[in-house]
Design a protein around this ligand. Structure first.
Ligand SMILES: [Mn+2]
Length: 430
């Protein structure tokens, strides 16, 4: 199969190695600046580098095609046509950043008749598979029963059974690709008052989840993802972290809450939600993105980098409390683009997430604790801002270069005209 070729991957690796040699004086200046700054904070730059190197993100398979709003989508040259090509694009992001070695699949969008080959091919490109997402929010071709009025929470027991079976099928597929978790987000809800019974619909949700949980493969985690509205505009069954928490608790230890940053109403204090779930030991992971108004799926850190830093700060704080030297949560990206080159967008995202994580590691927790104890909001804010404004880009570059990545991933990608080359290659293969 032509698509299983890896020559382009080896070529790209070679180009990166050559580029690293040319990384130059500017890199050294930035790196020294970062290390000097970390030293001035009384911390070990080596230790921060080590922790940064352990950061691993998962890329969403659905981010590599042109995303769309409910109005339109704009296809772009070289757009991947199947999951094998999406994996190729993901491997480019991982190669250039050195920190995105896993891909999250979406079922049945990413269905292939040969999952064993998909797994093997991903492995050749340095990738594995993260949590698998199930799609019960739309009707699939030749589907017998419709999800128009709900799936796992439908008032029709046959539809609920059908939806549960789809989740079980998703987990079976995930086992074949090497996934270890399944994410259930569902759009179930209603558009008008009276359309759906609030308590009964939540009962149906729990009943369906219990059936799924019973079949959860050993070693797997079931992630419950909440969202306040859309596609249902009046009521969503799993509308906030409280509903997801209650459901996860009713299931057991292997059920956890997943926080998608864009799944909150404007003004919600997401970092406090993160802290509360961590405290309750029910936070399983994230879908990172950014938003201005709703579930906008914009590049992480593009609108509110400070909020991203504050969320990372809660993760690091919990990490330290648990004496873990790396994030114990599943860190996934969930974005969808209709104007950016998706590879560039994900390169930016990795950079933003690494920067926010690195800065969170630089928070002087002793000083912060002291400021909190003495009721000194100015001092507390100064501690956080000192970390937030720290010049860390040189350190991030160093960690990437050590992993065979690029000093400046987007710059390198543009310099070698990767999108043009990819488009030519796919035209020839097409
Ligand atoms: Mn999500």
């Amino acid at each position: 199969m032509q698509v299983m070729r890896v020559d382009w991957y080896l070529e790209l690796k070679g180009a990166l190695e050559k580029e690293a040699v040319r990384s130059g004086a500017e890199f050294i200046r930035q790196y020294k600046l970062a290390r000097g700054h970390i030293k001035s904070l009384g911390m070990s730059a080596d230790e921060i580098e080590k922790q940064l190197a352990s950061l691993k993100l998962a890329l969403p398979s659905w981010a590599f095609g042109a995303g769309g709003t409910r109005f339109f989508r704009f296809p772009f040259p070289g757009e991947p046509s199947d999951i094998f090509e999406k994996i190729q694009d993901a491997s480019v992001v991982n190669l250039l950043t050195g920190m995105a070695p896993r891909v999250a699949l979406h079922y049945p969008w990413d269905l292939t008749s040969d999952p064993a080959s998909l797994r093997k091919y991903a492995g050749k490109l340095g990738l594995g598979f993260d949590a698998i997402n199930v799609n019960t929010f739309q009707d699939h071709p030749e589907q017998e029963l419709s999800y128009k009025f709900g799936s796992l929470c439908s008032s029709d027991p046959l539809v609920r059974k059908h939806a549960v079976e789809l989740v079980l099928e998703t987990m079976d597929y995930g086992k074949k690709t090497g996934s270890k978790d399944v994410i259930v987000w569902l759009g179930d809800g209603s558009n008008y008052p009276g359309q759906m019974h609030f308590r009964k619909s939540f009962d149906h949700y729990l009943e369906s989840l219990h059936k799924i949980y019973k079949h959860l493969p050993s070693g797997w985690t079931l992630f419950l993802e909440y969202k306040p509205f859309e596609p249902s505009f009046y009521y969503t069954v799993n509308f906030d972290w409280g509903c997801a928490y209650a459901a996860a608790c009713s299931l057991g230890k292997k059920a956890m809450v997943l926080v998608d940053l864009g799944h909150h109403l404007p003004g919600a204090n997401v970092e406090a939600i993160v802290a509360r779930l961590l405290q309750l030991d029910k936070l399983g992971g994230f879908h990172f993105n950014d938003s201005k108004y709703g579930d906008d799926d914009l590049t992480a850190g593009s609108i509110s980098p400070y909020r991203l830093f504050l969320i990372m700060n809660e993760i690091v704080d919990a990490q330290i409390e648990r004496k873990a030297n790396k994030p114990f949560l599943s860190l996934m990206i969930d974005q969808s683009h209709n104007i950016k080159d998706p590879i560039e967008d994900l390169l930016q995202t990795c950079e933003e997430l690494a920067a926010a994580y690195c800065k969170a590691l630089l928070v002087d927790r002793e000083a912060l604790c002291k400021a909190q104890k003495h009721g000194d909001p100015v001092a507390a804010e100064r501690v956080l801002k000192a970390a937030f404004y720290a010049p860390v880009s040189g350190l991030l570059s160093k960690v990437r270069l050590d992993k065979g990545g690029a000093r400046d991933p987007v710059g390198f990608y543009r310099k070698i005209k990767y999108r043009e080359k990819l488009t030519d290659r796919r035209k020839k293969e097409g």
